[in-house]
Design a protein around this ligand. Structure first.
Ligand code: SAM
Length: 181
């Protein structure tokens, strides 16, 4: 199972704890070496980590059973289409993809507080905790600008995935997309 944009390996770590399949193998790919180093210290072999761009995965076509990814899609921006093509390419026929991303809640009761939180509260917390290292506006901008779930589902189908769908989580703050090769 490939974790595309694995960061510090939390998803692999959590899957590893719950997975009852002795043959399961996890592979994490991320651009950031410091993130990968941290992941390596957290997750035990046989998980493997590699520095790689989601848009040019150094994996053979049809070589993984499943692809997962958490909170990566909205960071891919210009390479999003290419990355979806790569995820599809490396999947075995019938293989599944599970892509988690944040989104804007649909409920008007949540929409306004959510926007206030992203644009006013979060920057205060970010600056207090990270000081000058806080990337001003990035999180809010990427969440607010990312495609709504229906539209992104259509993009998955257009990229060549089939049976694409999604479920909302945490009151509509996150979306889990699922699709097949
Ligand atoms: C918000 S973090 C999420 C990390 C991890 N999936 C998690 O849920 O903890 C986004 C990750 O995407 C990685 N990333 C961004 N663009 C990438 C790309 N083109 N190829 C591979 N990784 C990328 C970043 O380095 C970062 O680790």
């Amino acid at each position: 199972m490939l974790d595309a944009g694995c960061g510090t390996g939390d998803l692999i770590f959590e899957c590893g704890k719950r997975d009852r399949t002795p043959a399961a193998r996890y592979l994490g790919a991320d651009l950031s070496l410091p993130m990968l180093r941290e992941a390596q210290g957290k997750v035990h072999p046989p998980s493997l980590f590699m520095q790689a761009d989601c848009a040019t995965l150094p994996l053979a076509t049809g070589s993984v059973s499943a692809v997962m990814s958490a909170f990566v899609l909205r960071n891919l921006r210009l390479v999003l289409d290419k990355s979806l093509q790569e995820m599809l390419r490396v999947l075995k026929p019938g293989g599944e993809a599970f892509l988690l991303e944040m989104t804007v809640p649909r409920s008007p009761w949540l929409k306004i507080p959510h926007r206030l939180y992203l644009e006013a509260v979060l920057p205060l917390i970010g600056r207090a905790v990270f000081g000058a290292r806080w990337s001003r506006g990035y999180l809010a901008e990427t969440i607010l600008k990312f495609w709504p779930p229906e539209e992104f589902t259509r993009m998955l189908l257009k990229a060549g995935f089939r049976e694409a769908g999604y479920s909302t989580m945490t009151g509509g703050l996150a979306v889990l997309y699922h699709c097949k090769k």
